[in-house]
Design a protein around this ligand. Structure first.
Ligand code: TEU
Ligand code: CA
Length: 560
């Protein structure tokens, strides 16, 4: 029989380097800081680190704006540090996946500097240059070639005086979109990827990879009554050549190498597109990050959060389990550097902090797919503390705030939305101990440390058998010990309580039943009779009560 791919039984841990661990006291995390903390990850049992960008960058979007794909930003260290990290990880039996941000570069990347220098430059066509809209004054509002709203507020086009044309940027003006229609662009990207793999890395997390193929005609969107701009998503996402590009990348970069981990970040992806991308017979990617469950609480925008209906999260995740089934493959995540903290968003970070953090982890890690742990999640870190506007750092939040009065929104409401759903929540320093700056830095951290580090920190959890950290260790160990966790089928079991997610996993004769109460209330439950004689193998409460799951209680049962 064929061995299943290694990444099916792996657990990935995302490191956001800026906020993980600072080794030199400048207040910004760095690669040496990661090397110094590898015991924490090895003890946890994780198999892979996904490292957010550490490449040379002007940091307009915290490193997701890259000016040199093959150099390390001096803020984070140098190539020797990366080589040491790779060697150290491999020595410990762990792997390294790097972030690949190739929908766009920085406007300071030499490719773009050349491209913008003249309309006849050989790299002109490496980016999306277009004339102003006919009959308008170039550079004036409304003269943009399309009316699309960018992810970070404002138009997706910036006028360049020098050549009288606009360039496209789906994100910030400092993040011009590469033109993947041009085969030279694709070959340059593939060559760069091959050099990283030759260096010894084990895969890529591909930033907004579903945006690389655009609708070639660039049609206008339905305009918003105030801004005149609209959502161009149908025209710049999942374009006609996406799957062709992914298959080409597979051939040009991955073929002939040991199995790698490839995960595509795909905001707005449908189950149908995700299945096309992850069906192994189509030879594209191993898995994708879908966004449905992290959009459930969005109102008119992500900064207008709405309460979640009980069961909404469970229903959405179940839908994805069923849709990808045994053909595709899911990546399982509740948080990352772009999302608020999972325990604050989906759990109860006060009264049931420990219970809800462990319940959510149980629900996620025992589904079919590859789970991702975002740094700090394993100790139950909560949303940050941002009393004033000046406490925020992220351009997405700040840009939105500055254009919000135009939209008739109240500043205080927008600030509240930023506190709830802003990306800075995930970017406060990892809380290592109760000391200065939570042990993250000896200097002044680039963003405020959460004051709750006095009690919420890694050191306090290592020795405590009932801690969130030690619960994650058990969950991860379970995946490594029993094939059913990675490879079993998933079947939801309706136990008549929408706030309880119960499901069976089956792999040959090995069976698991997982039941998680995703609410603050006690819920009565009855398992199907076939589970009458079973063994409880994991729970997040110290004892069990019959027929009832207490708030955020999780049970894992097995039978043969
Ligand atoms: O994010 C893409 C994305 O669509 C969103 O998650 C985005 O961050 C935003 O929150 C939408 O409201 C990826 C990266 O993960 C993110 O950090 C980058 O800012 C972005 O691409 C651009 O590279
Ligand atoms: Ca540093």
């Amino acid at each position: 029989t064929v061995q299943p791919e290694w990444w099916k039984s792996a657990v990935v841990y995302q490191v956001y380097p800026r906020s993980f661990s600072d080794s030199n006291g400048d207040g910004i995390g760095d690669i040496r800081g990661i090397i110094n903390r590898l015991d924490h990850l090895e003890q946890l049992g994780i198999d892979v680190i996904w490292l957010s960008p550490v490449y040379r960058s002007p940091h307009a979007d915290a490193g997701y704006d890259i000016s040199d794909y093959e150099a390390i930003d001096p803020l984070f260290g140098d190539l020797d540090d990366i080589d040491e990290l790779i060697a150290d990880l491999h020595r410990r039996g762990m792997r390294l996946v790097m972030d690949l941000v190739v929908n766009h570069t920085s406007d300071e990347h030499p490719w773009f500097l050349e491209s913008r220098s003249s309309t006849t430059n050989p790299k002109r066509d490496w980016y999306w240059w277009r004339d102003p809209r006919p009959g308008t004054a170039p550079g004036a509002p409304g003269a943009e070639p399309t009316n699309w709203e960018s992810f970070f507020s404002g138009p997706t086009w910036t006028f360049d005086e020098n050549t009288g044309q606009y360039y496209l940027h789906l994100f910030a003006p400092k993040q011009p979109d590469l033109n993947w229609e041009n085969p030279e662009v694709r070959q340059a990207v593939y060559a760069m990827m091959r050099r990283w793999l030759d260096r010894g890395i084990d895969g890529f997390r591909m930033d907004v990879i579903n945006l690389i193929s655009k609708h070639p005609e660039l049609p206008d969107a339905e305009p918003h009554p105030i801004t005149g701009r609209g959502d161009g998503f149908p025209f710049y996402a999942h374009g006609p050549r996406l799957h062709e590009y992914l298959q080409e990348m597979r051939r040009e970069v991955f073929d002939g190498r040991d199995a790698l981990l490839t995960v595509g970040e795909m905001p707005g992806v449908s189950t149908k597109e995700a299945l096309l991308t992850t069906d192994p017979t189509r030879r594209e990617l191993n898995m994708v990050f879908q966004f449905e469950h992290v959009g459930l609480d969005h109102g008119t925008s992500k900064f207008d959060p709405r309460p979640l209906a009980p069961g909404a999260l469970a229903d959405s995740l179940t839908k994805w389990q069923d849709a990808l089934g045994t053909t595709g493959w899911n990546s399982l995540y509740l948080s990352n550097h772009d999302q608020p903290r999972a325990v604050s968003r989906f759990g109860n970070d006060t009264q049931y902090w420990r219970e809800s953090a462990t319940a959510l982890a149980t629900m996620l890690h025992l589904q079919r797919g590859t789970p991702y742990v975002y740094q700090g999640e394993e100790i139950g870190m909560t949303n940050g503390h941002f009393p004033d506007l000046a406490d925020f750092r992220d351009l997405e939040s700040l840009n939105f705030y500055h254009q919000s009065s135009q939209l008739g929104l109240l500043a205080e409401n927008v600030l509240d939305g930023m506190r709830r759903n802003g990306r800075d929540n995930a970017r406060t320093p990892v809380q290592w101990n109760a000391e200065h700056a939570a042990g993250f830095t000896s200097g002044t951290p680039w963003i405020g440390v959460n004051p709750n580090h006095s009690w919420l920190n890694a050191e306090a959890q290592y020795q405590d058998a009932s801690s969130i950290y030690n619960y994650y260790r058990q969950l991860i160990a379970l995946r490594h010990e029993r094939d059913v966790v990675a490879l079993g089928t998933f079947t939801r079991v309706d136990i008549g309580e929408p706030a309880v997610l119960a499901f069976e996993r089956a792999h040959s004769a090995d069976l698991l039943m997982v039941a998680v109460n995703l609410s603050d209330e006690e819920r009565f439950i009855r398992f199907p009779t076939r589970w009458a004689h079973s063994t409880l193998i994991l729970s997040n409460y110290p004892d069990t009560a019959e027929f009832v799951l207490r708030p955020w209680e999780a049970h894992v049962l097995t039978r043969r």
